[in-house]
Design a protein around this ligand. Sequence first.
Ligand SMILES: Cc1cc2nc3c(=O)[nH]c(=O)nc-3n(C[C@H](O)[C@H](O)[C@H](O)COP(=O)(O)OP(=O)(O)OC[C@H]3O[C@@H](n4cnc5c(N)ncnc54)[C@H](O)[C@@H]3O)c2cc1C
Length: 295
Amino acid sequence: MRHIAEFCDKNSISYQSNVLLKNISTFKIGGIAPVIVSPDCSEKVSCLVSFLKDKNVPFKMIGNCSNILFPDETLDYVLVKTDKLQKLEFENDRLICGAGIILAKAASVALKNEFSGMERLFGIPGTVGGAVTMNAGAYGSEMSCIVTETEYVDLNGDIKTVSGSDHDFGYRHSCFFDSGFVTKTILQLSKGSYSEIRSVMDECTAKRVSSQPLDLPSAGSVFKRPEGYFAGKLIQDSGLKGYSVGGAQVSEKHAGFIVNKGNATSADVKELIRIIQTTVAEKFGVMLETEIKFF
Ligand SMILES: Cc1cc2nc3c(=O)[nH]c(=O)nc-3n(C[C@H](O)[C@H](O)[C@H](O)COP(=O)(O)OP(=O)(O)OC[C@H]3O[C@@H](n4cnc5c(N)ncnc54)[C@H](O)[C@@H]3O)c2cc1C
């Protein structure tokens, strides 16, 4: 990894070495990342991706690590983090967001300026880049409702832009899983009233607090919603609510969540997922597909 440090020093790109992944993931699980690089502009992301590709160094992009299960072992690839991509500015009714902006921050700025569109997404604990990539959604809204244009760096290191239907948004899907790394996105908002936006935010927060195990580390809903069912209900009806493997437990509050009771390992979570999938498939003939990303 020394050549990466040298490259970063030469190009004024910040990086951290030997980072404990449990300290940066909402699941509080994971071994060590030998290096995490944080470019602060699209040009530096581009130059970094070209360099890594050129040197055949594998890498993955991360946002706030709220939908990721890291392995227990030391990673043998580089993580590129968006935390330094912090542009956030209005252009009339469009909010231009760097990929590293936390959704709650963008939503709060929208609220302050009386713009509607983000109030249902406010409680999702991810970055704008992660949310665009995942097409994150909640309470009847999803990123695809407000994203109009996105700048990304493709797998060759070229800076490109997509707009409209070229985002290929679907349920927890976008084109970026195959084509590159989001650096900036434009959100189309509409003028609203402060009190109405605030009241929708408060309503969604209250629903979240009452239904989700927010007091324990997790990566949110582990499984995608199977067509015609709710994953949490299937898991609950399979008798698995509260079931544990090591430190990983099917949440007592919401069976669609796996929570870390203190010392869960990645292996514990994977074994618990395997048990849930097998049990639900046997009882209901439904194969649950994971939403969380295995790194
Ligand atoms: C308590 C809790 C509640 C949650 N509630 C919801 C919810 O209501 N709705 C919902 O949809 N999700 C929810 N989630 C899951 C998660 O917050 C979202 O998926 C979020 O959008 C992930 O953003 P992130 O920045 O944390 O991405 P990460 O977890 O860091 O990454 C997720 C995936 O996106 C990729 N990625 C991240 N940034 C980029 C980028 N800039 N360019 C390209 N690829 C990128 C990563 O490689 C990875 O594959 C919840 C999670 C928790 C812990």
